[in-house]
Write a protein that binds this ligand. Structure first.
Ligand code: GRF
Length: 197
């Protein structure tokens, strides 16, 4: 049976695109819904191009709206791919253990409220860390705090800017997120990468 993925985006949606591309021609999993808190999110356009329902949340703080939309598409998994707002607690409760987020740094460091976009990479550079890389984790009621499912490491280079580091991390995100989603599809729920249930 095909595992049904809903993806939530606030921005350009390159992770969404990587997921769509990786799942093309693979019956294991399929993106069945893309939602956004912003009508102008590039990710919505990417979804439409692929014939995937693209929906704008009228009230991103309203759990019942999320639950209705997810239920209508029979979503098995909710993927936050560059979704910048907090997911309402009612959604976390209803879909506990079935929501994952991709974060562009090695959690538990460099996460939490306000840690998104360039700020994350600037903080990594300011810390003097020699490595960074994406984390995919389960979502709970707090930003970037849920159980870590997978991480990838990339070097921080001496002449890095936040932009250059972001681009290097993003390339790894595009590989890591589809892997985690496919592992979840095979297991029937998100699992740490490399763990066979
Ligand atoms: C990614 O770096 C992701 O880790 C972060 O926001 C960015 C989204 O990029 N949460 P995109 O919209 O997938 O291109």
């Amino acid at each position: 049976m095909t595992y049904r993925i809903a993806v939530c985006v606030s921005g350009g949606g390159s992770n969404l695109q990587a997921l769509i591309d990786r799942l093309r021609g693979d019956a294991t999993a399929r993106v069945v819904l893309v939602m956004s808190d912003r009508a102008d999110a590039g990710g919505l356009e990417r979804a439409r191009k692929d014939g995937i329902p693209a929906e704008v949340l009228a009230d991103p703080a309203d759990a019942s709206e999320w639950i209705t939309r997810l239920g209508r598409r029979d979503a098995d998994l909710l993927v936050l791919a560059g979704y910048l707002k907090l997911v309402p607690a009612g959604v976390v409760q209803t879909y506990r253990g079935r929501i994952v987020n991709v974060h562009p740094a090695l959690l538990p460091d460099f996460g939490g409220a306000g840690m998104y976009g360039k700020r994350v990479h600037a903080a990594v550079l300011a810390s003097g860390a020699r490595e960074s890389g994406p984390t995919v984790h389960l979502v709970d009621e707090a930003y970037d705090r849920g159980a870590i499912l997978a991480q990838r490491r990339v070097p921080v280079l001496p002449d890095d800017t936040p932009e250059r580091l972001a681009a290097r991390v993003l390339e790894e995100e595009h590989r890591l997120l589809p892997e985690v989603v496919l592992a979840a599809a095979r297991a029937g729920r998100p699992v740490p990468l490399g763990v066979t249930p």
